[in-house]
Ligand binder design. Structure first.
Ligand SMILES: [Zn+2]
Length: 226
């Protein structure tokens, strides 16, 4: 109930910036300028390998703050502009990706217990905004079957282990024959989360053709760790 009330208040106060409370929608001009500074100049730099990946921006500065507000400060309205911007990048680059058939978009699910605590799944909200912009279909392709410990405290190897059996295809998603999937999440760090989700879908013969995230953490030593 508390989350419903605060969602209502959030929409009622939608003309104030969710990051700093100054006037502006969806962000005030200052926050928007700082957010746009995080945008990646080459979003296709990591579109390669078995699970190619595309992000809108770097996980730093104001974009990091925005995602924290979305996940931990109960600001679900932050998902709309971020998902829309990711959608614009997708529309600007999709013709170069040669995906063949049109994929469906599957958000990375939260465990039901964590979703109940937060009141929403931020990846679902981002995917809804992304799909409104791109007109791609959204599918509830996955369920989270294990409530894993928070990833940020773990090493890359520990993350993969932590998530090894965290996901399963959603039995409620019946229209999945011969579908190709784009996974969508808020942040790409080591890739452990999306790799685990892709493995769960691959076991059912569902092909993941790419991973989309709003932000990508830049690894300190250059190269990827997963
Ligand atoms: Zn602001």
């Amino acid at each position: 109930m508390a989350s419903l009330v605060s969602s209502f208040l959030a929409s009622f106060l939608a003309s104030s910036c969710p990051l700093c409370d100054r006037t502006g929608h969806p962000f005030c001009p200052d926050c928007e300028r700082q957010l746009k500074r995080c945008q990646l100049a080459q979003p296709l730099a990591h579109w390669r390998g078995p699970v190619p990946q595309l992000s809108w921006g770097r996980y730093q500065g104001q974009l990091k703050q925005a995602i924290r507000h979305l996940k931990y400060h109960h600001q679900p309205q932050v998902a709309q502009p971020l998902g829309h911007w990711l959608g614009q990048v997708w529309l600007g680059h999709q013709s170069r990706l040669r995906l063949g058939q049109s994929p469906v978009v599957v958000p990375i699910p939260l465990h039901p217990a964590r979703q109940a605590e937060r009141g929403y799944n931020q990846a679902q909200l981002l995917a809804e905004a992304f799909c409104r912009t791109t007109r791609l279909p959204l599918a509830p392709g996955l369920q989270r079957v294990e409530n894993t410990v928070a990833q940020y405290s773990l090493s890359a190897a520990e993350r993969q282990q932590n998530l090894a059996s965290a996901f399963a295809p959603n039995p409620a998603w019946t229209n999945r024959r011969s579908q190709t999937v784009l996974l969508l999440d808020d942040i790409y760090t080591t890739g452990a989360t999306v790799n685990s989700a892709a493995i769960a879908l691959n076991r059912q013969g569902i092909r993941v053709v790419g991973v989309l995230t709003v932000a990508r953490a830049i690894q300190p030593k250059g190269g990827d760790t997963g």
